[in-house]
Design a protein around this ligand. Structure first.
Ligand code: GLC
Length: 585
């Protein structure tokens, strides 16, 4: 059978496959994972108590969103003390216990590092507020004089990512209206000045603090934003572009070349430790080619592939993103990563069914246009996951996606917490809908999230239907599909493999423009993004499928076929092998 070889990709550096090149990394959003204290907010002991479930799921590593000391104005992404645990989440001893318990199960842990900004409650910012303009105390943040004769206009026209101006004016120690400080996010999140050697040295100390405790790496928040254009020009974003980057001409606060020196410095620091400690950048950058610059050999080890997350559910668009990603990342010797959901985006079990635009970070609510049919969207999400987990490199999962959780739309206004909601006076819903505490047991208080039944955002009606206990022993559940795919990904070493596109017509005996076919390590993956079912090759054995595969002859539903022709429905993905030959003929 003919296969097209022009699009074959082989990741480099197979000789020394560090763990992060192929790892499946599961994101824990601590406040919504498991609450051991019963106060309605998840905590570190809660995570330790639920590690067996993650072991059973079959992930390689956990990324913990921030649990450091914070006033929680942006759910912990506003850090007041980088080297201690917020009492809301527990203690450093709880962290050590969690790390040891994860390591005992062979699961690594990376923690979130937030270097673009601190909380306004950070002692350095408090000191900056009382320090004189131009003094070293102010130089750790970005203070500027205002414009206009009275200095009452912000220094630039920049908008905060959460809405509203990105500058706030302070009152000086003598009571007079004073300078302005930059906050790309909430007013409570002043941006650090990365020209300051104090800041650079402090972050080296913070990195060492966590590395010495034994963490396996860091997810680096807003890694594309730490350095600003020193001329501070005015700038107006392209309304079509994603709010966190994606403009053809990058904002003067995104993608500045100076960030790369910082990562090189950190790369050298991590290299002093054993165990392949890793840096993964959260970099919303305009193109995949530019994103690859973040992971040159002496910089970060991984970066989130948000281009994949943002690719529509369309066969040729997906194929192009996969090709471009593998080419760009392998050209610098880095693995590609793949991601579909996280705590900042509409969950993919809802997003992939939306029929209206939904800008990243804006969220959706009950009044949003183009809301999907829930079960259709889940079918598509399961297919998207089955395609993603077949790809070589490293994949990120977000807690709850293995349960098929949808975005929660019905959150009472007074329960919302995302600063986006407040800074836009409710015009943008924000990200609370993907952050609702996850269900463990259908019939327990708070569905097992918290023994007291408390939950910092109310869980919606019907949340128990997604509970883990109900899915564990159901072979057709989303959870069972994730477990099966993760186990097969491991056995077939798909993370280390390569993508070879197959000729769909040769494989299926008919044209099918909306079908993708690829082979990785002898596993053939077919993704049907078209509206009509397609017949699978008769000789193939099904390893896994994202949905029931009806039989071609009798229309009988079955989840696996051995030797008999079956149909691959619309919005479905199947993993196949053939005992005879990779081409099934
Ligand atoms: C990152 C985080 C997001 C946070 C923002 C500001 O994008 O993922 O949750 O609000 O940074 O720290």
């Amino acid at each position: 059978m003919h296969t097209s070889h022009e699009a074959r990709h082989t990741p480099q550096a197979l000789a020394a496959p560090e763990w992060w090149r192929t790892a499946v990394i599961y994101q824990i959003y601590p406040r919504s994972f498991a609450d051991a204290s019963g106060d309605g907010v998840g905590d570190l002991r809660g995570i330790t108590g639920r590690l067996d479930a993650l072991d059973e799921l079959g992930v390689d590593a956990l990324w913990l969103s921030p649990f450091m000391v914070s006033p929680q104005k942006d759910a912990g992404y506003d850090v007041a003390d980088y080297c201690d645990v917020d009492p809301l989440f527990g203690t450093l001893a709880d962290f050590d216990e969690l790390l040891a318990a994860a390591h005992a199960r062979g699961i690594r842990i990376i923690v979130d590092l937030v270097p673009n900004h601190s909380s306004d409650q950070h002692p350095w910012f408090q000191a900056a507020l009382t320090a004189a303009p131009g003094s070293p105390g102010r130089a750790r943040y970005i203070f500027r004089e205002g414009r206009g004769p009275e200095g009452d206009q912000p220094p630039t026209n920049w908008e905060s990512i959460f809405g509203g101006p990105a500058w706030t004016r302070v009152t000086e120690a003598d009571g007079s209206p004073g300078q302005w400080y930059l906050h790309l996010f909430d007013t409570s999140q002043p941006d650090f000045n990365w020209d300051s050697e104090d800041v650079r040295e402090e972050f080296r100390r913070i990195l060492r603090f966590w590395l010495d405790r034994g963490v396996d790496g860091f997810r680096v928040d807003v890694a594309h934003g730490m350095v600003k254009d020193p001329t501070f020009p005015d700038w107006t974003p392209d309304p079509q572009a994603a709010s966190m980057g994606g403009d053809a001409t990058p904002a003067p606060y995104w993608e500045q070349v100076g960030v790369h020196d910082i990562y090189r410095d950190w790369n050298r620091l991590l290299a002093q430790y054993d165990g392949d400690r890793a840096l993964c950048g959260e970099a919303w950058v305009s193109t995949i080619e530019k994103t690859a610059l973040w992971v040159r050999p002496d910089e970060m080890h991984q970066t989130f592939n948000f281009h994949y997350l943002e690719t529509p559910w369309d066969a040729s668009a997906l194929r192009r993103t996969i090709d471009d990603s593998l080419t760009a990342f392998s050209s610098v010797g880095a693995p590609s990563t793949w991601v579909l959901s996280n705590h900042d985006v509409v969950r993919h079990a809802t997003r992939l069914g939306l029929t209206a635009e939904s800008p990243q970070g804006a969220g959706i609510g009950p009044d949003s246009p183009g809301l999907p049919d829930r079960s259709q969207a889940l079918q598509r999400a399961r297919a998207a996951t089955a395609l993603m987990l077949a790809l070589p490199g490293s994949a990120y999962l977000y807690q709850g996606e293995e349960l098929g959780l949808p975005e929660v739309l019905e959150i009472p206004d007074d329960a919302r917490q995302d600063p986006t909601w407040f800074r836009t006076s409710g015009e943008r819903y924000g990200r609370d809908g993907c952050r609702v505490p996850i269900p463990w047991e259908a019939h327990a208080p708070a569905h097992g999230f918290s023994a007291t039944g408390r939950s910092w955002i109310p869980q919606p009606q019907g949340w128990g239907e997604y509970a883990r206990d109900g899915q564990r022993h159901d072979a057709d559940s989303t959870l069972s599909m994730y477990r099966r795919l993760l186990a097969l990904r491991r056995t077939h070493r798909l993370g280390e493999g390569s993508v070879e596109w197959l000729d769909v017509k040769d494989l299926l005996g008919a044209e099918a423009a909306e079908v993708l076919a690829l082979r990785n390590q002898g596993v053939v993956v077919l993704a049907n993004l078209g509206a009509d079912p397609v017949a699978l090759p008769a000789a193939a054995t099904v390893l896994a499928a994202s949905t029931h595969l009806p039989s071609a002859q009798h229309g009988v539903e079955r989840s696996s076929v051995g030797g008999a022709a079956a149909l691959l429905p619309s919005d479905a993905v199947v993993w196949l092998v053939s005992p005879e030959s990779p081409e099934f003929s």
